[in-house]
Design a binder for this molecule. Structure first.
Ligand code: ZN
Ligand code: ZN
Ligand code: ZN
Ligand code: ZN
Ligand code: ZN
Ligand code: ZN
Length: 248
């Protein structure tokens, strides 16, 4: 095969580096198909984004995740600043988010003093949301309204499950109505009846709905992968096998 001289100028002209990833990234416009997930926040990839320049690498980042500050102060954790980590702390493969109690395996805002972790998506949840099925806006609380009360538990008004007192909720004090911050936060419409109106898809509730749906799926996948891992390790001595394989 004849070898051609590469045109040096054309290569990598648009590439950028990000501390979170060892390969260069390029600008990428995400398709709004709900199928691609940001490697940072693990939520649905929409709008302006970056993609790894290597064809066999699926690393993707929202522009907003690319631009996240390395340190932030957050109302939920006022004693210490939170540091942005690009992977779970302590060499673990997952962490548990202190806001929503779901797993994360991408970026986290972390306090090492307190072992406190937030999904970067949870760290940027809006302070109020509106629901189609509730007449008042719901306010984001950083613990349930039942915290410290032994006689009462907080029940999510949507899924009717108990919410642990240190988890975040969206709450209407007037009606004592409250929900989990993830999938329950958004009005559960018929899946088949989703209308993509421009206005609807930018409302906070529908934004959270699509974000949190992706997050739920990720959490389920991670859990599944963990369970499979545990089973493999229990069943076999894997010393001669590659430690990790990525099929995606
Ligand atoms: Zn992201
Ligand atoms: Zn890559
Ligand atoms: Zn979370
Ligand atoms: Zn702390
Ligand atoms: Zn719920
Ligand atoms: Zn209300």
């Amino acid at each position: 095969m004849a070898s051609r001289k590469p045109k040096a100028k054309a290569v990598n002209r648009q590439s950028v580096r990000h501390q979170s990833h060892s390969h260069p990234l390029r600008v990428f416009k995400a398709k709004e198909d709900g199928e691609t997930v940001c490697s940072g926040c693990e939520l649905e990839l929409t709008g302006q984004a970056f993609k790894c320049t290597k064809s066999d690498c699926d690393y993707l980042l929202h522009k907003s995740c690319f631009d996240l500050p390395g340190e932030t102060s957050h109302k939920s954790h006022q004693d210490h600043p939170l540091n942005l980590l690009y992977s779970p702390p302590d060499d673990e493969s997952v962490y548990t988010c202190n806001a929503c109690d779901q797993y994360g395996s991408g970026f986290t805002y972390h306090c090492s003093n307190c072992k406190y972790n937030l999904h970067v998506g949870c760290a940027s949840l809006p302070e109020t949301v509106e629901r189609e099925d509730h007449e008042h806006p719901l306010i984001l609380l950083y613990c349930t309204s039942c915290k410290g009360r032994e006689d009462t538990a907080f029940i999510c008004s949507v899924c009717e499950e108990t919410v642990l007192e240190d988890l975040w909720v969206y709450y209407c004090r007037e009606c004592d109505y409250g929900t989990h911050v993830y999938s329950c936060a958004a009005y559960e419409d018929q899946e088949s009846n989703e209308e993509e109106e421009g206005e609807a898809s930018t409302s906070p509730a529908s934004r959270i709905k699509s974000l949190m749906k992706a997050q739920d799926e990720m959490a389920a996948m991670q859990l599944e992968a963990r369970i499979m891992n545990d089973a493999n390790e229990a069943a076999l001595d894997l010393w001669d096998q590659p430690k990790r394989r990525y099929y995606w």
